[in-house]
Design a protein around this ligand. Structure first.
Ligand SMILES: Nc1nc2c(ncn2[C@@H]2O[C@H](COP(=O)(O)OP(=O)(O)O)[C@@H](O)[C@H]2O)c(=O)[nH]1
Ligand SMILES: [Mg+2]
Length: 412
């Protein structure tokens, strides 16, 4: 049993390498982003650290025994400096005795998550993610440097679940700014640094985007966000908007959008097939913009996502937006984005910012998956609770002192 690291342009690519080398029962210890060298180095891929047995893979039976936490502990114990030379890619683990016993305790507390399960699991608790981060730090001998940030700020960032590598970046920013920056201005300096790493559009260019289809998991707020966008476009910009739904799965789903269409006096259509969608768009030739609502799709339901792809293809120039809830768990973000990456997503509509209790986790997800956020929604009120995205506002959710940033913080 050994521990190795694998890199890839995407998490899926790195996982594929783990699967090929250690088999699908290998235990995932940690996933993290890889960056080009330097403080402002861009994200250039992902690293997955996994424990497994390459020999078992070579002689693998159809359903090999699952790797147990105890086996993973042994793997760490085995990877001491007295080991024979490691193959390229194997982690340079160098525990001192004290660190080793701490690491062993941590490993023993990690539940099993194999490569096969990893992308499907939406329920990995934050506590486990935090344990894994601590473990990786112990394993590599690098603690997250926070000397320049100070204990209070680094604790705040950890509470907000900002990934360890981004906390380390922040520490470096403060270290470089040094004495020149008064303490009171540090939060703003960090917000500006974090904002520069985010991709945001100040809304959507509605002159260049005639048809927009909104995809995303069930319950994230797709229909409500479409109603908010339509309200804004009709009431504030005087545009003529048409609404179409292809969500014919859920009872009442068409009624929900129709009610908004009636209220705002907009043309409305239901399309059951891509061909019907094409006809519905043609019938709205006098509309400046057309917004298309889809059924919520379980991120694990690839066939349904393919179906949405068929709808997208039916309308030339259709632009795809992915609705992502700001209150999702880390694994949930990963599985949603992985699954919906089958679609040519151009915009991310970030919903439920008002319910986001871990803005650092959200920030880490936006960076990790290089999402381009175009709108943020901040409550249930239609049409008011929607704003064009602003990177600095999102970054300030992470850096604002505790009293200023609560789950009810609004994006202005
Ligand atoms: N707190 C909050 N709730 C929202 C927001 N957007 C939508 N919702 C609520 O989320 C629930 C699901 O919304 P819906 O549009 O039906 O989701 P869909 O299944 O993705 O179409 C509803 O209760 C909405 O009022 C938001 O920005 N903040
Ligand atoms: Mg809906």
């Amino acid at each position: 049993m050994i521990v190795r690291s694998y890199t890839g342009r995407t998490v899926a690519e790195a996982l594929e390498k783990v699967r090929n080398d250690l088999g699908s029962q290998a235990l995932i210890i940690e996933t993290r982003t890889c960056k080009e060298p330097g403080l402002f180095g861009r994200q250039c891929g992902y690293e997955v650290v996994a424990a497994g047995d390459p020999d078992a893979q070579a002689t693998s039976s159809p359903s090999p025994a699952r790797t147990s936490p105890r086996a993973a502990e042994k793997a760490y114990a085995a990877a001491t400096p007295t080991d024979p030379p490691r193959r390229p890619g194997t982690l340079p683990i160098d525990f001192g005795n004290h660190q080793h016993s701490q690491a062993s305790q941590l490993v023993a507390s990690i539940p099993e998550a194999t490569v096969g399960e990893f992308m499907q699991r939406g329920d990995l608790s934050l506590e486990i993610a935090s344990i894994r981060r601590q473990l990786a730090r112990l394993a590599t001998g690098h603690g997250v440097p926070t000397d320049h940030l100070g204990a209070e700020v680094s604790q705040l960032f950890e509470e907000r679940e900002l990934p360890a590598e981004i906390i380390a970046e922040c520490d470096e920013v403060i270290a470089k700014a040094g004495e020149r920056i008064p303490e009171a201005k540090r939060a703003e300096l960090l917000a500006r640094y974090l904002a520069r790493q985010l991709r945001c559009n100040p809304g959507i260019d509605w002159n260049a985007t005639r048809c927009l289809i909104v995809a995303g998991p069930t319950g994230v707020g797709k229909t409500t966000t479409i109603a908010k966008l339509a309200g804004d476009l009709v009431l504030r910009r005087g545009r003529r908007i048409g609404l179409i739904t292809v969500d014919t799965y859920r009872v009442g789903a068409t009624d929900q959008l129709q009610a908004y269409a009636d209220l705002l006096d907009m043309p409305f259509a239901v399309a059951r097939t891509p061909a019907e969608l094409g006809h519905a768009v043609d019938s709205m030739a006098d509309c400046d913009n057309i917004l298309v609502d889809t059924a919520g799709r379980s991120p694990a339901d690839a066939a349904r996502v393919h179906e949405i792809k068929g709808f997208c293809r039916a309308v030339p120039g259709m632009v795809v937006a992915l609705a992502v809830a700001a209150n999702a768990g880390r694994a949930e973000y990963a599985s949603v984005i992985e699954r919906f990456s089958l679609l040519p997503v151009e915009h991310c509509l970030l919903t439920k910012i008002d319910e986001c209790s871990a803005p650092g986790r959200l920030y880490g997800c936006l960076r990790r998956h290089a999402l381009t956020v175009s709108y943020c929604t901040t409550g249930q009120e239609v049409p008011d609770d929607i704003e064009a995205a602003d990177a600095l506002t999102l970054a300030r959710l992470v850096t604002a002192p505790a009293a200023e940033s609560s789950p009810s913080v609004a994006v202005h």
